[in-house]
Design a protein around this ligand. Sequence first.
Ligand code: NAP
Length: 549
Amino acid sequence: MSDGHQVHTHLVGVEDAGVPHEVDAVVVGAGFAGVYALHRLRTLGLTVQVLEAGSDIGGTWYHNRYPGARCDIESLDYSYSFDDDLQQEWHWTERYAAQPELLRYIRHVADRYDLWRDIRLDSRVDAATFDEASSRWTVRTEHGEVFSARFCILATGVLSVAQVPDIAGLESFQGQWFHTGDWPHEGVDASGKRVGVIGTGSSATQLVPVVAEQAGHLTVFQRTANFVMPAQNHPMIEQVEREWKAEYPERRAKARVSGFGHNQLSNPKRAMEVSPEERRREFELRWQLGGLYMMRAFSDILVDPVANEECAEFVRGKIREIVADPEVAELLSPRGFHFGTKRLCSGTDYYETFNRENVTLVDVRTAPIERITPTGLRTTAAEYDLDVLIFATGFDAMTGSMLKIDIRGLDGRTLREKWAHGPRSYLGVAPAGFPNLFIVAGPGSPSVFSNMVNSIEQHVEWIAALIEHAALRGARRVEATEEAEQAWIDHVNEAAGRTLYVRSPNSWYFGANTPGKPRVFMPYVGGVGTYRHLADDVAAKDYEGFLIS
Ligand code: NAP
């Protein structure tokens, strides 16, 4: 962080510990969601305090600074659209921005809109309690600072609680170990070392090729092979940037009503209605386009198991072409779940990396990890000596960051109690029984099934409009009804039930990667455009499903 920013943040004073600092709204989290919420609520004339656990803003893009970390939505799409001047003046250097550039961008936004003065860093919120008499939230940080706010906005992120699996012996390890989601700021020197990586999800597939270039030897411990698309990243092409910027109004409008909130081409045809040659041509085109484009090769990829298997087999064929050793290629070939039902990965030279002499792939499904030893790691089949161990093992997804906070609504009921069998809220925004509390891009909304920045803008703008509506009516309390919440949950489940996601429940979308977590499909898969339409319809009907008093 620059000194300038430090000065700003430290000018934000709070009263003595225990004496509440009064604001209209507290926003928890200063990632893309919290930063925009601050800006938007300020424009309504509200006083806002953002509380951020980290030592800088950026959320995901602050903590996930592992080598190779970059976005897998095109930069020109994965950026704010609320101010045309901002989107015209910012220059992205690559098709897919790397983590440092995304961090620079969000800090630029904070500078440009004078946001730092209302952001308090190193301030982890550990409790929020609703007071019925005053209809206000009391929000506390771990340092004992107390804020009183009419509204509490949770912008805590859906992939922000890093998860290190409970493997026996970790405390005995004499080397260094790290989690990708909590990467040290000073970096990790892997040069010449024996490095182990546990996990083969999105984080690992970005990190592995970069670390392989530095390490003496790299061992990748794989439990489930994933589908990894080539990112096809490249420096920004001047003409593409110029044209895209000229078309921004239409492109943003299109993204807002699209299925996933961005400008990727969707093919309206069904896979099995075309000839095998046309199918192959389309898959090949998508492979060349790279990243997540394959998800939209045909309209029924995520619905029809036959179409899905055609796509899966095309990718397995690519793996066989790239990876020299047929046994390694087979081990890298995903099986046992439908293409795209575990988050599709996007990487650069991931499969190629397994042709390197200094890289070994170890199957820990057939021979599971037994324990971590002082010198490395032992599976049921062999022992591996390691200097550095990297956990690319994911997150307590979607609900973890909110359930870490002791949130108490009406009658002292906690959010943990309410969500004991899975997250529940109306429109993914407002949990019934928790008045004046709003969630940005969380479970029950398109969230992780969308270009996050697009969904964040939609949510923040919708919540701000609801707050404004309540204020104009002189209301002090806004709460979702149990009936509206139940109807929304039914709709979320019904939308998921139409897809192949429900047939492959072994993913973090279901909380399957977190021991003890209820197995509930959490995001809304009905589409960004559909969601926006439904939310706008609720607003047009005077916020049907909310009690405003
Ligand atoms: P993840 O997708 O949850 O992957 C975790 C990996 O660790 C899986 O391969 C998992 O295997 C493995 N694992 C977990 N516990 C294990 C254990 N005890 N033994 C062996 N293997 C174990 O986590 P992630 O890669 O950090 O990605 C999380 C999400 O963040 C992504 O899905 C994506 O939405 C987002 N992300 C996005 C980007 C991007 O935009 N480019 C980059 C990184 C992350 P199993 O599959 O068998 O459980």
